[in-house]
Design a protein around this ligand. Structure first.
Ligand SMILES: C[S@@+](CC[C@H](N)C(=O)[O-])C[C@H]1O[C@@H](n2cnc3c(N)ncnc32)[C@H](O)[C@@H]1O
Length: 263
């Protein structure tokens, strides 16, 4: 199927909605073990800065300062990181927050979750992070159960984005914040052509060298092109019930950080 879809530059756009999830699952099954290394190589380490901005916006309650008995104790804070893969955003949030910070990684791919569980154990974070096999379109959590819900480089892989947005809004507590980090549209003259060249040539080549297959990364690059522009995505967030919707572009538009609140 994949070979057939390569016929045109945007051939993957032809994948019927019903087949899209299976295609995405195959991609992440193939890359799970090398996913974190690939992230560093393909973004030249930039994904770390983008995720730092995301964690700053998630804003977990800070660590209490030792010896300051008058200081309020850390409050509990629960993050749900949807399409959380190998747990990177959750680990960063827990490390940035105080002792009451907890995270749940929900992902549809058992291979990505397995790598995440190993990483959590290596970092001594297994008590603070829970890994759950879950589809973003049908989250197995009660209404209003999280202080923040994040999704990083995941929403464009979900077949029915509007269903996932409604689910993420449902599980967010009133006053909680939804944050979405996603690739966007480079509109800086000169950088756009360079980015196009990099995405369609360098990224699949790195994929071939490290994972042994360029195809998964060709698919990922194409999915970026098809994802709604920031204003259109903002409308989808509002339609899901989110309020005070905003976004900010980073790195010349390579990535957008979208934000909305449940009020
Ligand atoms: C590019 S990775 C991002 C992983 C992680 N958020 C990060 O930034 O490192 C995309 C993830 O989305 C997951 N995914 C794809 N479709 C999903 C769905 N319908 N529900 C939940 N997770 C999904 C994949 O399994 C994969 O782990």
């Amino acid at each position: 199927m994949v070979a057939l879809m390569r016929e045109t530059h945007f051939g993957y756009a032809q994948v019927p909605l019903a087949d899209k999830q299976a295609l995405v699952d195959g991609v992440f099954h193939k890359v799970a073990r090398r996913y974190d290394l690939m992230n560093d190589l393909m973004s030249a380490g930039l994904h770390r800065a983008w995720k730092d901005a995301l964690v700053t916006a998630i804003n977990p309650p800070p660590k209490g300062r030792p010896g300051r008995l008058d200081e309020k104790p850390d409050r509990d804070f629960a993050l749900l990181d949807v399409a959380g893969g190998t747990g990177d955003v959750s680990f960063r949030t827990i490390e940035a927050g105080g002792t009451g910070t907890r995270a749940t990684v929900a992902d549809i791919n058992a291979d990505m979750l397995a790598v995440g569980r190993e990483r959590a154990a290596e970092r001594g974070l297994d008590d603070a992070v829970t890994f759950v096999d879950a589809n973003a379109e049908a989250l197995p959590f009660p209404d209003k159960s999280f202080d923040a819900v994040s999704i990083a480089f995941g929403i464009r892989n979900v077949p029915r984005i509007e269903v996932a947005l409604a689910e993420m809004h449902r599980v967010l507590r009133t006053g909680g914040r939804f944050l979405c980090l996603e690739f966007s549209n480079v509109d800086v003259p000169g950088l756009d052509a360079l980015y196009e060249l990099y995405s369609f040539n360098v990224v699949p080549a790195i994929g071939r060298a490290v994972v042994g297959d360029a195809e998964p990364y060709r698919y990922l690059v194409e999915s970026i092109r098809r994802f709604p522009r920031p204003n259109a995505f903002a409308e989808m967030m509002r339609a899901a019930g989110l309020r005070r919707v905003s976004h900010r572009m980073m790195s010349g538009g390579i990535v957008a950080l979208h934000s909305g609140w449940r009020l």
